[in-house]
Write a protein that binds this ligand. Structure first.
Ligand code: UGA
Length: 443
């Protein structure tokens, strides 16, 4: 099948490259000239395991190409995927300007019948509006069908999520168009679930909101665990063994970040409100998430006493491991709060430091290795559970920090292991280990 993908961001690029990998001829269209030149040369603009290799393979075999021109990209295609961003507007609703632009570009460029597939996360009802808009603007008699095909990939594991995902959702009000989408996706050999348009759009929001709810739920449980002396890791495992609950997304920590959960939970609250429903549960989920980041600062203050003039090492900056994405990363509010308290910040992330510079306070010092940040640090804050950080031997902290204190926002170490070292170790929802007496009290 000949396919065009509008938007070569996270979702668009992974979708385009994966569709080429399973045998389709794909043209990815992006308005950013520099990015298109880079991708044409086989370099991925985002850090995503396995993506670049797959991209190069398909560029070489001629199934994949990149362009800034719609005319070139649309030439001879039967299916157009829309994978542009739907960022958040100040009131929490989704900004649909890029969707509207894509719909306009399609409406004004097409002479033959096409199927438009929306990958972008869009409020319920948007796909129907895209179709109505294209039908209205376009001057031809050709037929346009629309299919909602929401994306469930996670950054950092986007390629494996695409090839080994749990389901593919195809939402359409037209059976023929749905069948074409099924054929396109058949080589993935994943379960395919058909719905109407609105339900497919809702599945995406409801899935992200539910996963965010799981995270905030376990974070609330972690707060109670701290008070009653239980261990949230054991609690989560014990709960997760019940298949009705499941083990995933029960990792307590400094809350969810990234380009999806924060934006989609806000958008769903707005969508509900616009339809006269007060989504109280989801509002609390969002509030709990903000609290988690503040709690890490409180824990740090409790451990160190005061932060004025103290050297704080930030280990990991990206919103999660295996990505250089800093959008809504917990490290951003945490670094700004530390600075307000007068701390000197040194930071390390294996991949995200270049992006972090745009978001963190200007005077943060970036270091080339974990050892470099730990040297002379008064306290180490673990913010992203990169493998390199999770597997760092605890003796390294003892060797490089004068008086090691770790505030672990991702529960990277087992308490049994920590016990063996003279480290004051504070984590989330677990007892503090080797607590040191402070020489002064918190104001
Ligand atoms: C999320 C969803 O998981 C994907 O299914 C969806 O396709 C994607 O949003 C999207 O809408 O495009 P993503 O944001 O890439 O994917 O990353 P996740 O792995 O879901 O993590 C999101 C945040 O939750 C991270 O900050 C992570 O640290 C945090 N998290 C995750 C926890 O705090 N605890 C957990 O147990 C799991």
């Amino acid at each position: 099948m000949n396919i065009a993908v509008i938007g070569a961001g996270y979702v668009g690029l992974v979708t385009g490259v994966s569709l080429a990998e399973i045998g389709h001829r794909v043209t990815c269209i992006d308005m950013d000239h520099k990015k298109v030149a880079m991708m044409t040369d086989g370099h991925s603009p985002i850090y995503e395991p396995y993506l670049e290799d797959m991209m190069r393979r398909n560029l070489r075999n001629g199934r994949l190409q990149f362009t800034t021109s719609h005319q070139e990209g649309f030439d001879g295609v039967e299916v157009i995927y829309i994978a542009v961003g739907t960022p958040q507007l100040p009131d929490g609703t989704a900004d649909l300007q890029y969707i509207e632009q894509a719909a306009y570009d399609i409406a004004t460029s097409f002479q033959n019948d096409i199927i438009v597939v929306t990958k972008s996360t869009v409020p319920v009802g948007t796909n129907a509006r895209i179709k109505a808009f294209i039908d209205e603007v376009s001057m031809t008699e050709r037929r346009v069908d629309i299919v909602s095909n929401p994306e469930f990939l996670r950054e950092g594991s986007a390629v494996s999520d695409t090839f080994y995902g749990d389901r593919i959702v195809i939402g359409a009000d037209n059976q023929e168009a749905a069948n074409v989408l099924e054929q396109i996706n058949e080589p993935f050999e994943l379960p395919i679930y058909h719905t109407d348009l609105n339900s497919a759009e809702m599945i995406k929001y409801a899935s992200n909101a539910f996963l965010a709810t799981k995270i905030s739920f376990i974070n609330e449980i972690s707060a109670i665990c701290e008070k009653v002396g239980a261990n949230v890791e054991d609690v989560a495992l014990g709960m997760g063994k019940d298949r009705r609950i499941g083990e995933q997304f029960l990792k307590a920590g400094i809350g969810y970040g990234g380009s999806c959960f924060p934006k989609d939970t806000n958008a769903l609250v707005q969508l509900a409100g616009n339809n006269q429903h007060n989504f109280k549960l989801l509002k609390s989920v969002i509030e709990v998430n903000h609290t988690q980041q503040k709690k890490l600062i409180e824990k740090t203050l409790q451990a160190v006493g005061e932060l004025q003039g103290k050297k704080v090492a930030l280990l990991g900056l990206a919103f999660k491991p295996n990505t250089d994405d800093m959008r809504e990363a917990a490290s951003i509010p945490i670094a700004h709060a530390l600075k307000k308290h007068g701390a000197e910040i040194v930071a390390y992330d294996p991949i995200a430091m270049a992006n972090a510079k745009k978001h963190l306070p200007e005077d943060v010092l970036y270091k080339a290795s974990l050892i470099n940040v730990l040297e002379e640090a008064d306290v180490a804050l673990i913010l992203t559970e990169w493998n390199e950080i999770k597997t760092l031997d605890l003796s390294t902290y003892v060797k490089w920090m004068a008086s090691p204190i770790i505030v672990d926002g991702r529960n990277c170490y087992s308490l049994d292991e920590v016990k063996k070292y003279p480290i004051h170790y504070v984590s989330i929802g677990r007892p503090t280990m080797n607590q040191r007496k402070m020489s002064f009290s918190i104001k």
